[in-house]
Design a protein around this ligand. Structure first.
Ligand code: FAD
Ligand code: EPU
Length: 337
């Protein structure tokens, strides 16, 4: 247990907020010990995995717990499928690479997403045509009030776009201890329809891609436009892509003929990056904070010295200008602490 502890190395924005108490736990028993300390001292709790989807807007006057539970296990389900379970503290990308080394398919489109396995159900992480809900089986959680362990299946998790029960009515009630996925051992389903994957595979001269090739293509695309948090502080997309009614989209189309949108029934998902760029934010810097020059949906700690409040205020300005120009209210994807 450490006191008055800087969280700068523990959040990918690189914000220098302090935790009143900080503990790193490697076993469920250690976790229960620190939880009992927080109960005795009535301390608010904050769990951190890789810190790649949080914005710390102030010092945290409570106990920050970094979950370092490790371990991966396998259970063959049938001749084609395997159930693979990873503990919360496993690094997500290393887990994806581990599965690809063993030729287990299903996670390849989710290569190079920062963070830990235990956090992946929080916002149903997704990229390049896959979300974890597509391969998710269950997660084991600890109920923070009763200290009982429960298993949440796919339905109970209520996954949506960047959403789950853990961001809604389950918020602050559970800590995810491990996650299980159903992956393929052969007859892999190759998904290359989304985004620039096909073009990237052509660049690599690959006609019949394997799951490893898809992973390579996704990694190349991501590296070409997303800033590496080790070099520039950021938390990926700061906002969700908004979904608006088709009628509103058609009205906007009359005014902004280049507006992009992905129709889904009576609704259309509009890329927030496009909206933000149209408002003149791409690459723009105010003080220590900027919108990334290659991806305006990503807000960066441009100087490395930004406070969480500065980043938050910058994001409010973006929300206001998108609202004013397009009448669309952007919603933050990053967890504001
Ligand atoms: P943290 O930031 O540590 O935590 C996130 C939230 O979950 C916090 O509220 C925290 O309190 C809570 N939490 C953490 N661990 C647990 C637990 N075990 N149990 C309960 N609650 C917990 N996301 C995507 O979906 N797709 C992308 O393509 C993508 N690209 C990204 C690219 C970059 C460069 C970056 C920096 C981020 C990107 N993200 C993306 C966002 C981020 O990687 C994911 O949201 C990731 O799952 C966060 O994991 P983490 O362990 O870092 O979470
Ligand atoms: N665009 C612009 N200007 C910009 C940025 C994007 O016009 O500055 C346009 C692009 O030209 C493209 C469209 O917006 O036509 C979509 O852009 P991109 O393919 O880069 O994806 P995105 O919608 O910005 C989403 C996820 C990412 C995920 C990628 C790939 C959200 C909020 N973001 O980004 O997830 O990696 O798709 O699937 O859904 C994250 O959640 O942190 C994240 C990085």
């Amino acid at each position: 247990m450490q006191e008055n502890f800087s969280l700068k190395p523990y959040n990918t924005f690189g914000v220098d907020a302090k935790a009143k108490y900080f503990a790193e736990v490697s076993t469920t028993d250690e976790l229960k010990d620190v939880l009992s300390f927080s109960k005795t001292n009535t301390l608010p709790l904050l769990f951190l995995g890789g810190g790649s989807n949080v914005l710390l807007t102030k010092d945290f006057d409570g106990l920050v717990i970094q979950l370092n539970l490790k371990g991966i296990s396998e259970e063959v389900l049938n001749e084609n499928e395997i159930l693979i379970t990873a503990k919360a503290g496993e690094n997500w990308h290393e887990f994806v690479m581990h599965c690809l080394d063993k030729n287990f398919g299903g996670l390849e489109n989710l290569s190079l997403i920062p963070g830990n396995v235990g956090t992946s159900p929080m916002q149903n992480i997704g990229a390049y045509g896959t979300e974890i809900k597509d391969i998710f089986v269950s997660c084991r959680v600890l109920n923070l009030k009763t200290l009982e362990i429960a298993l949440f299946n796919l339905k109970q998790c209520q996954f949506g776009y960047r959403d789950s029960i853990f961001k809604q009515e389950g918020k602050g009630k559970y800590v995810i201890l491990e996650v299980s996925f159903r992956l393929t051992m052969k007859n892999h389903r190759i998904k290359t329809e989304y985004g620039a994957i096909k073009t990237e595979l052509e660049n690599l001269n690959i006609e019949k891609p394997t799951i490893q090739d898809v992973s390579r293509a996704v990694i190349n695309i991501r590296q070409s436009k997303l800033p590496d948090p080790k070099q520039i502080g950021n938390a990926g997309s700061f906002f969700k892509n908004p979904t608006i009614p088709l009628t509103q989209f058609q009205e906007l189309q009359r005014k902004f003929e280049n507006i992009q949108g992905y129709p889904n029934g009576d609704f259309v998902k509009v890329p927030a990056g496009w909206l933000i760029e149209q408002c003149g934010w791409k690459g723009k810097q105010i003080g220590n904070v900027a919108s990334h020059k290659l991806q305006s949906l990503v807000i960066i700690n441009a100087t490395g010295e930004a406070t969480g409040k500065e980043i938050f205020d910058f994001s409010t300005e973006i929300i206001n200008s998108v609202k004013e120009k397009f009448g669309i209210e952007l919603e933050r994807e990053v967890n504001i602490i």
